[in-house]
Design a protein around this ligand. Structure first.
Ligand SMILES: [Zn+2]
Ligand SMILES: [Zn+2]
Ligand SMILES: [Zn+2]
Length: 342
């Protein structure tokens, strides 16, 4: 499979295909969607197929003889994986450092309904999705060479999605990804200097302030002070917590509610703009630096210029206070609708 190359000197990794590999980055699909019910045989077998029956959830998986039908959430290996467990053992040294891009790349199909967006599925269905993420994260951390489990959504062509059917990606790495390393390092430094977690301080600064979007019992959603993208927003657990795999059932249900309400509000306010959503979990391996886990959502409304690409200076034409006002009213309306219905 692919190689993970590191920059000559910078801490940046890039996954490139092997020279022998004819990898098509832009897959062209025929009319049928491999993630739709009825097309299960077009994907790898499901490691989890969650089936709701008589008000109970059954956690099943495909076998050679039997493919599970009538699932509400389905997880299987990606057929265009960023990383793979079949990688051969080819390494090279600095400054041309390369290692096998080793890991698991799973697809989590979030609804059997092709046309239901993540901003439209029910709160209960979001809770099912989160339950399955928690299950997979726990399992993946027991596997060899899994140092970090990343979970993310690409929604819309411009956000990198090749398939429209609502789904999430779960990708593991044998090293901690650079962005998590940067956040964990900064958080560690802040804690040493101030004796408290930076995220906990941010939550107390942003609660009830001009950048707050929505607050629930356990979570706060807000536009960050210095957002990279217009209308970017974050969701943080209010309680200091580093392990997503240990959050309680009640916190899970509440997370489903705030995710559904904010994505629904964003989708209406920004006319279904493409977006990326990333779960920034703390690394769960022993001795690794921890972060207060959170979710970041990046709407993709315009392309970057040379300033962003070449200098790392971001120009954001929407003040986060304005973004919070727009998203806040849309998300509060969405939440009222959801709570009213359920
Ligand atoms: Zn589909
Ligand atoms: Zn904290
Ligand atoms: Zn983060």
């Amino acid at each position: 499979m692919g190689d993970l190359r590191k920059d000559y000197v910078l801490d940046k990794f890039v996954i490139v295909p092997r020279s022998t590999e004819n990898r098509e980055w832009n897959i062209k699909l025929d009319a049928s969607c491999p993630y739709c019910p009825g097309n299960e045989s077009m994907t790898e077998p499901a490691s989890i197929a969650l089936v709701a029956k008589d008000g109970m959830l059954q956690r099943l998986s495909d076998t050679e003889e039997n493919i599970v039908c009538d699932w509400c959430v389905r997880v299987f290996q990606s057929d265009l994986p960023a990383v793979s467990t079949n990688s051969s053992h080819i390494y090279s040294d600095k400054p041309l450092y390369s290692e096998p891009a080793y890991g698991y790349h799973h697809i989590l199909v979030a609804s059997p309904d092709h046309d239901k967006k993540l901003s439209e599925i029910s709160v209960d269905q979001w809770a099912n999705v989160l339950l399955v993420i928690q299950d997979r994260v726990r399992w993946l951390y027991t596997q060899k060479s899994v140092t970090y489990v990343s979970v993310y959504v690409d929604s819309g062509d411009k956000a990198g999605a090749s398939i429209a059917h609502p789904h999430l990606n779960i990708v593991t790495f044998s090293a901690i990804p650079p962005q998590i390393e940067i956040e964990a390092e900064a958080s560690h430094r802040y804690m040493n200097e101030n004796g408290s977690c930076p995220a906990c301080s941010i939550i107390s600064i942003e609660s009830g302030g001009p950048r707050q979007i929505l607050g629930t019992d356990n979570y706060l959603s807000f536009s960050p002070w210095a957002p990279t993208y217009p209308y970017e927003f974050w969701i943080y657990p209010k309680r200091h917590t580093t392990a997503f795999s240990k959050i309680t059932q009640k916190e899970m249900t509440d997370l489903a509610l705030i995710l559904r309400a904010t994505l629904g509000g964003m989708s209406k306010a920004l006319k279904e703009a493409p977006f990326n959503l990333v779960f920034h979990f703390a690394p769960e391996k022993k001795n690794s630096r921890q972060i207060h886990w959170h979710i970041e959502i990046y709407p993709q409304l315009h392309s970057w210029s040379g300033l962003e690409r070449g200098f790392g200076v971001y120009v954001n034409n929407v003040r986060p206070e304005k973004a919070a006002e727009v998203l806040g009213s849309a998300c509060r309306r969405e939440l009222a609708g959801l709570v009213g219905i359920t």
